[in-house]
Design a protein around this ligand. Structure first.
Ligand code: PGA
Length: 245
């Protein structure tokens, strides 16, 4: 795994956006796996800027988001569909039918999950998967104890995640308890992975991801087994990392 420690969130976001823009230049019809949450917001802002400067053309790009809250409509401002429109898709020239986000309102979850995996395969698989990381080491909504072999499925959010994500809702009670999430296996199939983290509250998760045992207790630790992972952190998130681990 390559690890880059940047001085601050701004620098990290610019670096991550350039990484993704470089991928789009290399392969204009690339397939990107995208993430939501506070972490990638700066990256998306920088990507929009690169698009405006004509350095990132999304016209042939296909995207797959990691997850969506179950039971939440895409019109709801707390949905990840809304988040992606607001932070990225509404500002770049990506084609609507090339955007994929699990349907949180599906009547048939199993079919939705199967179809989602099939669509990823039909698109040729994910070239670069962007990831944030939870304080508990989750990637997507794959919480501690998730099976490494899991594909896209309906998952239960852990209490810490409900707590952490309550800042996006009016109250903790409004945070959905379930989500449709790509599984660890779906993530591991991506050809390249770019994981971002900022802030000292992520330091322990980053330490465990890089230096801890490979265990479902820290889902991101599975990335030690992936051949092409880049981890970009700011100084705070990287503060516990030794020179070697
Ligand atoms: P955050 O979430 O970027 O809002 O901290 C990351 C995650 O939970 O994966």
């Amino acid at each position: 795994m390559r690890v880059i420690v940047d001085k601050d969130y701004q620098t990290l976001s610019r670096r991550a956006a350039l990484f993704l823009a470089g991928e789009i230049i290399r392969k204009p019809d690339t397939v990107l796996g995208l993430a939501t949450g506070s972490t990638p917001v700066g990256t998306y802002q920088q990507l929009v800027k690169l698009h405006q400067e004509r350095m990132a053309d999304f016209s042939e790009v296909t995207t797959f988001n990691l997850d969506e809250y179950y039971g939440v409509s895409p019109d709801n401002q707390c949905s990840y569909a809304w988040f992606m429109d607001h932070h990225l898709f509404g500002h770049v020239n990506v084609q609507r039918n090339n955007i994929h986000i699990p349907n949180g309102l599906t009547q048939d979850v199993e079919l939705e999950c199967r179809n989602y995996e099939d669509k990823i395969q039909q698109a040729g698989g994910i070239e670069v998967q962007l990831l944030g990381i939870g304080r508990n080491g989750h990637i997507g909504f794959n919480e501690p104890s998730s099976e490494f072999a899991a594909h896209t499925s309906l998952v239960e959010l852990d209490q810490g995640t409900i707590e952490a994500n309550s800042r996006f809702f009016d109250s903790r009670d409004q945070v959905p308890r379930q989500a449709i999430s790509m599984g660890i296996k779906s993530i591991m199939k991506a050809r390249r992975i770019l994981l971002l983290a900022n802030g000292s509250e992520k330091a322990e998760a980053i330490y465990n991801t890089l230096c801890g045992p490979i265990t479902p207790q820290c889902p991101a630790s599975v990335l030690q087994l992936h051949p092409d992972v880049t981890i970009m952190v700011d100084k705070e998130a990287g503060k516990d990392l030794p020179r070697e681990c």
